[in-house]
Design a protein around this ligand. Structure first.
Ligand code: HH2
Length: 261
């Protein structure tokens, strides 16, 4: 089976690796078409950075950033549109405008999110994190990080299913309230999450867990590391990878897919 690629489209002024690059509608739409041409089957559109230490933005500002992009792309691009938000009102407006997936980095912490998804027949990505982007780097004490992530994802998926969400995807949340070694451990033991019976997504792209390795201190130098982490994640059971560099990832994952058969 071909691993799906979720291409990242950040319409934010402050995302950690591509902040400001696609903040204007025309550039965002152009980038969206490029990502799809390169092999993305899902576009993840985000209007609020969740990098460590990021400050939240208002619902109004987030919608002002993402809604025009979704309106411009809905029905015109050969990919499912995902909205990267943890705010139910933002998700709802985007689903009305043509998005088909909610990517919630807080893992449906706000129970209204599952209801919004169910009402629109939308797919949901449930990601594990602790705290908020402003506090998460201080919340990395786990007895067994994989067991705890698994317990949370299983519980949230069951709740979403009970509310009527049909398509659920689980994500361990690389770099979200995780030290670098915990992120590596989650990749190594990702297969343990497969027991939950849902497709798995990973988001290693350009993240700072790679900065602990030689030559990858800056986000711009993390392409090779991102590709390696993506391939490892796919070999451990991920079926969707969320990345900035779609063209390069498509080639790397072709090898993983060929090996898996
Ligand atoms: N990572 C980021 C944002 N959203 N969603 C999922 N499901 N999984 C992830 O690992 C994930 C995510 C952070 O990366 P990025 O969008 O590149 O940066 P920023 O939050 O600064 O916009």
């Amino acid at each position: 089976m071909t691993t799906e690629i979720m291409g990242i489209l950040n319409v934010t002024p402050d995302s950690f690796s591509d902040g400001g690059r696609f903040a204007h509608l025309e550039q965002a739409v152009e980038q969206a078409f490029r990502l799809v041409a390169e092999g993305a089957s899902i576009l993840d559109i985000g209007g609020e950075s969740t990098r460590p230490g990021a400050e939240p933005v208002s619902e109004e500002e987030e919608l002002h950033r993402v809604l025009p992009v979704i309106e411009a792309l809905a029905g015109r691009v050969q990919a499912r549109l995902s909205i990267d938000t943890y705010k139910p009102a933002v998700a709802e407006a985007c689903l009305r405008a043509g998005a088909e997936m909610i990517n919630d980095v807080t893992g449906l912490r706000d129970a209204r999110m599952a209801s919004v998804a169910a009402a629109h027949g939308a797919a949901v990505v449930i990601m594990h994190m602790r705290g908020t982007p402003a506090t998460m780097n201080q919340e990395t004490a786990y007895t067994d990080v994989v067991a705890e992530v698994k317990e949370f994802l299983g519980r949230q998926a069951a709740a979403a299913r009970a509310i009527g969400v049909d398509e659920i995807i689980l994500d361990p949340g690389i770099g979200f309230a995780k030290t670098a070694s915990q992120s590596f451990e989650l990749l190594r033991r990702l297969g343990e999450l497969s027991d939950l019976g849902y497709p798995l997504l990973i988001g290693p792209s350009r993240k700072s867990f790679l900065a602990t390795l030689p030559g990858m201190e800056q986000p711009g130098n993390r392409l090779e590391g991102t590709l390696a982490a993506s391939v490892i994640g796919v070999m451990q059971g991920a079926s969707i990878v969320r990345v900035h560099d779609v063209k390069e990832c498509r080639k790397a994952l072709a090898v993983a897919d060929a090996v898996k058969g």
